[in-house]
Design a protein around this ligand. Sequence first.
Ligand code: CP
Length: 335
Amino acid sequence: MNTLLRGKDLITTQDWSMDQLETVFEVSRDLKRKFAQNEYTDHILRAQTLFMLFFEQSTRTRNSIEAGMTQLGGHAHDLTPEKLQISHGEVAIDTAKVLTRFGHGIAIRNCDYGIGNRYLQTVADNSEIPVINMQDDYYHPLQGLADLMTIREKLGDLRGVKVTISWAYATSHAKPLSVPQTQALLFSRYGMDLTFAYPPEFPLMDSFMNQARENAANSGGKLQITHDMDEAFEGAHIVIPKSWGGFMGVDDPLSEEGRARMKENLEKNKDWICDERRMALADPEAFYMHALPADRGNEVTDPVIDGPQSIVYDEAENRLHTAKAIMALTMGGRP
Ligand code: CP
């Protein structure tokens, strides 16, 4: 167990050693057990403040962290740019330096493509209290940690577990690349047998997939890519079908032309849905996972997400326990 995490930022799990990650899982399990037993944990971050800054909407991340801070004895400020002078142009450096003087941690969600991660890095570089990534355009570490904890709870040893991470059609919004990219980086460190499936127009970022391949080579895992959703489901122990935006499949995703092309690419792939026929291709004991919110009827059918193989609410619950572990381990001190 590594007890030297006080003050450490969590921007991506790739910056955390295996020893540090195992500490997170150990503390998550301990906090989960205490929560189940109604044991108070409010001495851990008593009177501490976390500033949560949301540039986008959230159900799981916002509420797991705010509830988590209460359970740990502290308080989380629920902030948006409109509540701050960010709406009048205050820059990340000034926001970071001021919040550092007031509290014990800063957590940010900014998924704006090409902007979010840069914003987080700037805050991290200019704050002396830990910065926690609540999702950006590249990474969603809190989701990845909860996912891995859930898979472990269901299957135990992760070595050789066949996990399929697939693109799926959705009309709700162009979801960030951050969930599958985080799963690629994190799961590949645990010797898992990973298959990524997506239409050719929806690739993930090369640098992330190359890093994930290197991780897999070091951990004795595997990583392959296919453009056939059926093939990817065959024999899988875990399936994680979820939409992500086609940012990497067009020349300039932020231009009007790029957005129009992304929409065209999306509409060509409506048949990428997780339904009962596809679930039957997977291992008979396979689990269905989704970070949520799911686009029901597009990404997944109701019988699958509401069915016996679905573990989406166990996965969502673990967002609370893993977020509490990250806060308990990284906050708690002043520079
Ligand atoms: N999975 C996830 O991050 O959910 P929210 O967008 O509701 O926080």
